[in-house]
Design a protein around this ligand. Structure first.
Ligand code: M7G
Length: 330
């Protein structure tokens, strides 16, 4: 499905040539044209009952909805997708226009697009935990200052009991899920990783390219665990990740923002590869650490991330923020 999506000729003008190159570079053609339509009987959302809108953004055209499916909690994320130059002609000529107002040379309309040009990227988390629901709720954030001691006494004990399940990560590494979406796989148990499209990317255009590289090595929870011992892994992942993206999408490293989150949501080492021009959620300076900086810091000081004070934002309802408050650290 991933390959089929990437192959559709619907990238922006700037990327047309890139796509031609990307097609040439691709070898795994077997999934072409296999986008699945889920039959009504299997439509997980057919019985969805909305409880509340957790958050929405008119500018980003995204809504986070909490509801129930068969009396169990679910979170649905609806996101209107960017326009694609390749489908503009069809969109403009093949739609119905409803006039709203006309004044001199100005007029405004409601355009009703054909269904296939009016898709909404939909992510479903089901069954959703309390943590998933809270995570998407509109909240104020606070910047936390975490010393090495704070990490040991506050953060580590908290994340050991509270963090999200990593089952989806293990499913990817063991090819039990998303196997057909893998862009690159290095099977080495120490320095290997799997590179694949992030859940947030619909792969319809390169403007908002978003992939994640998941380390094969288990037990590296976050940036805090990294030492110079991990340099071979980080450098391998960086180098091969960039090469794979160049090969598949014809995007050079100078077009990429490659970084780790601290705090991450999932405590298994993974690296975000996003398009430089795309303001991906969580790419701000208070949460994103460029992989090239991480590598250099570890080269200069093998214990850099074990000893430094790190800063990160936490949402008002985050239990970890409560722990920092209890300890009088905020
Ligand atoms: P993070 O830095 O731990 O937290 O990144 P964040 O979600 O707050 O950014 C985890 C990344 O994994 C995010 O970019 C998610 O969109 C992505 N992700 C999460 N899940 C559950 C999946 C999944 O099932 N498949 C894929 N491909 N990506 C996922």
């Amino acid at each position: 499905m991933a390959n089929a999506a990437a192959k559709r000729e619907n990238l922006t003008a700037e990327n047309k040539n890139e796509l031609v190159e990307a097609k040439r570079a691709r070898t795994d053609d077997e999934n072409e044209g296999k986008d699945e339509i889920v039959p009504d009987t299997e439509n997980i959302l057919s019985g969805f009952k909305t409880s509340s809108v957790l958050n929405d953004s008119a500018r980003e055209k995204i809504a986070f909805i909490h509801g129930k499916i068969d009396d169990q909690d679910a979170v649905v994320i609806l996101e209107k997708t960017p326009f694609r130059e390749e489908t503009l002609t069809e969109l403009l000529s093949g739609s119905t226009l409803k006039l709203e107002m006309r004044n001199d040379i100005y007029s405004s309309y409601q355009l009703q697009a054909p269904p296939h040009l009016n898709e909404i990227k939909t992510t479903v988390v089901f069954p959703a935990t309390e943590k998933h629901i809270k995570r998407h709720q509109r909240q104020e954030s606070f910047l936390v200052e975490e010393s090495a001691e704070d990490y040991q006494s506050i953060t580590l004990p908290y994340i050991q009991t509270q963090s999200f399940s990593l089952q989806w990560v293990y499913n990817i590494l063991e090819k039990k899920a998303e196997a057909d979406r893998i862009v690159f796989d290095d099977p080495d148990p120490h320095v290997g990783f799997v590179l694949l499209p992030d859940l947030k990317w619909d792969q319809k255009q390169l403007d908002n390219l978003y992939l994640i590289a998941i380390a094969r090595q288990r037990g590296i929870q976050s940036l805090r665990d990294l030492t110079s011992e991990h340099l071979p892994l980080l450098q391998n992942l960086f180098q091969k990740g960039k090469e794979a993206i160049l090969q598949r999408y014809n995007l050079p490293a100078s077009q990429l923002r490659v970084y780790l989150h601290y705090q991450p949501s999932y405590y298994h080492l993974h690296v975000h590869f996003t398009r430089l021009g795309y303001e991906a959620p969580g790419c701000g300076v208070e949460r994103a650490h460029l992989l090239s900086d991480v590598v250099q810091n570890l080269q200069t000081d093998p214990e850099f991330y074990k000893t430094r004070t790190l800063y990160f934002p936490l949402r008002a309802d985050d239990g970890l923020l409560g722990k920092f408050r209890e300890a009088g650290r905020i």
